[in-house]
Design a protein around this ligand. Structure first.
Ligand SMILES: NC(=O)c1ccc[n+]([C@@H]2O[C@H](COP(=O)([O-])OP(=O)(O)OC[C@H]3O[C@@H](n4cnc5c(N)ncnc54)[C@H](O)[C@@H]3O)[C@@H](O)[C@H]2O)c1
Length: 344
């Protein structure tokens, strides 16, 4: 039996990731798409051979017999639409950040639990093969304990990814800028690789973007629950190339993830004669042209629905990443360090 899918929002992430990745699976039927911009929805429906097009997601869920939906909408709509779909008995894959507040995230998690449905969040960095392997390397102890790290995600800004998407720059719709867009990926990644974040100190700024009420650059110092300290840098003004890398400085050497062009994952050892070890693993998925690889999110969502795997990014993990980002925002506003557990 095929999993019957509806995609709500047919902008950049739906077009570049959700639709092609669903279309590549034999056990999925993309039944319908929905966007308030009918021309956009019509265009992707044609490209991905989708039979039904809607401009109202409620009507789509009313009329079509679906098993699951992807929520590919601006951040402020994630909670409302996710909860609506869950209450109609559908599994939901919601894009990151899962919501704009903890209250919304909690309501989404509770609704999924109450209805016994899958709620997965599109925090795909933890699924990238080089990060999965990096976790094994760290956990193996070959580099000793991690002392400190640096993780960075920066590009030229969302206008280069989705030119018509003005909402990214509007605090009312996005709730934060590079922090919510890119930082949420990196805090999820380091929490997956190391430990939960305990405390943050963050500076945010608007350096270049016009008509923008959210940060286009942020730098956070984070203290993890296992005592490790590090930095998370996010930017919408890195030019011309994006950066999307992480470095762990460890007792016995250094591990670089998505930093060196010829070596997606490489370990350098302090011990004389040991040199560097380049791991055989594909490059990280990139938003830059020509660099698209499968994100693993859609495969994981379908395999979770089919009971083949445990949900690798449940709502609780989305909430954890969101909470760390909210702590960063609070820290920047209050000009003080913020304990993540104290964020309400
Ligand atoms: N996982 C990732 O790496 C990744 C990358 C980029 C974006 N995203 C996330 O995906 C989400 C969408 O981002 P995007 O870049 O595709 O934005 P986008 O603006 O390109 O697409 C959003 C679409 O939603 C439509 N829309 C708005 N309100 C609607 C409504 N009420 N009903 C139906 N359609 C509506 C818009 O017309 C637009 O086509 C965001 O939450 C973003 O953070 C995730």
């Amino acid at each position: 039996m095929k999993v019957r899918i509806g995609v709500i929002g047919t902008g950049a992430i739906a077009k570049y990731r959700h639709l092609p990745e669903y279309a590549s699976r034999k056990d999925v039927e993309i039944v319908a798409v929905c966007d308030i911009d009918k021309a956009k929805a019509d265009k992707v429906a044609l490209r991905f051979d989708v039979g039904q097009v809607y401009t109202d997601y409620k009507e789509m869920l009313e009329k079509e017999k679906l098993d699951a939906v992807s929520v590919c909408l601006p951040n402020y709509l994630h909670a409302e639409v996710t909860i609506y779909a869950l209450n109609r008995g559908l599994h939901v894959l919601v894009e990151k950040p899962m919501a704009t507040s903890l209250k919304e995230a909690d309501a989404m998690i509770d609704t999924a639990k109450k209805n016994n449905l899958v709620l997965m969040v599109g925090q795909n960095q933890r699924l990238a093969p080089l990060h999965v392997l990096a976790k094994k390397v760290i956990d193996s102890g070959m580099l000793g304990k991690v002392n400190t790290f640096r993780t960075v995600f920066g590009h030229q800004g969302p206008e280069h990814w989705s030119p018509s998407a003005k909402w990214f720059f509007d605090k009312e719709k996005a709730f934060a800028g590079s922090l919510a867009d890119l930082g949420v990926h990196k805090v999820d990644l380091i929490q997956y690789l190391l430990a939960d974040i305990d405390e943050v100190a963050c500076f945010s700024a608007i350096m270049e973007k016009k008509n923008c009420t959210v940060d286009d650059n942020s730098v956070a110092i984070v203290h993890m629950k296992n005592g490790v300290i590090g930095t998370v840098e996010t930017s919408w003004t890195y030019k011309p190339k994006e950066e999307n890398g992480t470095v762990f400085f460890c007792e016995k050497g250094t591990l670089k993830m998505a930093v060196e062009p010829d070596a997606p994952l490489v370990a350098y050892f302090n011990e004389p004669g040991k040199g560097r070890l380049v791991f055989e693993v594909p490059k990280i998925q990139t938003n830059e042209e020509g660099g698209q690889f499968s994100s693993g999110v859609i495969d994981s969502f379908i395999d979770t629905i089919n009971g083949k795997i445990q949900n690798p990014i449940p709502g609780s993990e989305g909430r954890k990443a969101l909470r760390a980002i909210l702590a960063c925002i609070e820290s920047n506003t209050s000009k003080s360090k913020v304990r993540v557990e104290e964020v309400k």
